[in-house]
Design a protein around this ligand. Structure first.
Ligand SMILES: Cc1cc2nc3c(=O)[nH]c(=O)nc-3n(C[C@H](O)[C@H](O)[C@H](O)COP(=O)(O)O)c2cc1C
Length: 164
């Protein structure tokens, strides 16, 4: 079993979540490769995929959307899990946050086995017109590594069940 953990990230927060997922898969004995979604040309050689994207203006990062479009056929043939990273408050820790409509559509299209919304991260000194304005009222690191780890462990269990 080899799992691709593909991610689309603008400011690095989602990339780091993908690294946490990859490290946890490896720790549980599942072979994993972590790659930026835009660098992946083929899913050949991967038995399963975890695809994650940062949320910007209510949508997945464009590279995650592009990946889902480009690899739709191959994704439909494999176990797939999706994640989003965004909320700049405690909401993602307090309750399950449903995927935004575009991600829900991808989930249906590829038959995803699960989706999680994790908290996001924004530096108080973030640059960019919109980012700096948002950072004035919401910034900080709202990612919960324990939750990411628990979600990944459930994937590893599911993968073992699928391959058995
Ligand atoms: C311009 C801008 C728009 C954002 N829009 C959303 C959004 O619609 N929903 C959400 O949950 N988070 C939103 N966020 C928060 C980001 O998703 C969060 O900072 C995330 O961790 C960014 O991931 P990255 O560091 O991988 O780029 C937004 C942040 C910025 C700067």
């Amino acid at each position: 079993m080899k799992v691709l953990v593909a991610y689309a990230s603008e400011r690095g927060g989602t990339a780091e979540i993908a690294e946490w997922i990859g490290a946890e898969l490896l720790r549980t004995g599942v072979d994993a490769q972590v790659s930026p979604a835009g660098d992946v040309t083929t899913l050949d050689g991967f038995d399963a995929v975890v695809l994650g994207g940062a949320l910007y203006a209510g949508r997945w990062h464009r590279e995650a959307r592009r990946f889902a479009r480009h690899h739709a056929g191959a994704l439909a043939d494999r176990p797939v899990w999706l994640f989003s990273s965004g909320p700049l408050d405690r909401s993602a820790e307090e309750r399950e946050i449903a995927p935004v409509p575009g991600v829900a559509k991808v989930a249906r299209h590829v038959g995803a086995r699960g989706h999680a919304t994790f908290g996001g991260r924004l530096d108080p000194g973030a640059r960019g017109f919109l980012a700096s304005r948002i950072a004035q009222r919401a910034s900080g690191d709202h990612r919960d590594r324990d939750r990411v780890r628990a979600w990944t462990d459930a994937i590893a269990d599911d993968l073992r069940a699928v391959s058995a």
